[in-house]
Design a binder for this molecule. Structure first.
Ligand SMILES: CC(=O)SCCNC(=O)CCNC(=O)[C@H](O)C(C)(C)COP(=O)(O)OP(=O)(O)OC[C@H]1O[C@@H](n2cnc3c(N)ncnc32)[C@H](O)[C@@H]1OP(=O)(O)O
Length: 177
């Protein structure tokens, strides 16, 4: 069995002018792509084949990244279910013009789902939790999963209610005049 620390992937890249916005800072979308790519490497390796991004939790950008800065993304598996996995990613920068401590730019949690050759969901191996930190991350990932699934179920239920309304039931928002 694999431990979360064995799944860890670190990637670094220099930010270029083609990735800048009108203010000269790096686009949020560029940072999100780096997050998704790094997390994807973790998920594909762990699943032993392709895994697709199913969800990306809310992501806050704490400080601007500038052209020339060295962007570091580090990712590791927090949780594994039947076919889905949660990957945590931390984004940091080294400034191009000073030797200072790394600056924390953002953190994100992503859900990936492993697929087989036919595009069907595929089971992933169980995760071996060794340290107290790994067990804490696993527990917290479980809480986030419950929130994601219950939010999705609540939205689906509300759409069903809304669909009845738009069908024209009297006394509903979608009902006749
Ligand atoms: C590599 C890339 O760039 S991918 C590009 C962007 N991503 C995509 O195109 C993916 C598009 N989405 C899909 O193909 C589908 O929605 C899938 C494959 C992700 C999920 O399909 P579903 O029919 O929902 O599958 P299913 O209901 O069996 O769920 C599979 C697993 O994903 C989990 N899951 C699905 N959606 C979510 C979600 N929004 N949040 C958390 N978990 C989720 C389920 O709980 C289940 O977990 P488990 O097997 O560990 O118990």
């Amino acid at each position: 069995m694999t431990t979360p620390s064995e799944t860890r992937v670190n990637l670094s890249q220099i930010m270029s002018t083609t990735e800048a916005n009108l203010l000269g800072n790096i686009h949020g979308g560029v940072l999100m792509k780096a997050v998704d790519s790094t997390a994807g490497v973790v998920a594909n390796r762990y699943a032993g084949g392709p895994a697709v991004t199913a969800a990306l939790d809310e992501m806050t950008f704490l400080t601007p990244v500038r052209v020339g800065d060295i962007l570091h993304t580090s990712a590791q598996l927090n949780w594994a279910g039947r076919s889905s996995m949660e990957v945590g990613v931390r984004v940091e920068v080294d400034r191009w013009d000073a030797i200072t401590e790394r600056t924390h730019v953002a953190s994100a949690y992503l859900v990936f789902v492993a697929l087989d050759e036919q595009g069907r969901t595929k089971p992933v191996p169980g995760l071996d939790l060794e340290t107290a930190e790994e067990r804490r991350r696993f527990r917290e990932a479980q809480i986030r999963r419950e929130h994601r699934l219950s939010r999705r179920a609540a939205i689906e239920a509300s759409r069903e209610v809304g669909a009845v309304g738009t069908a024209g039931a009297p006394g509903t928002a979608g009902g006749g005049a």
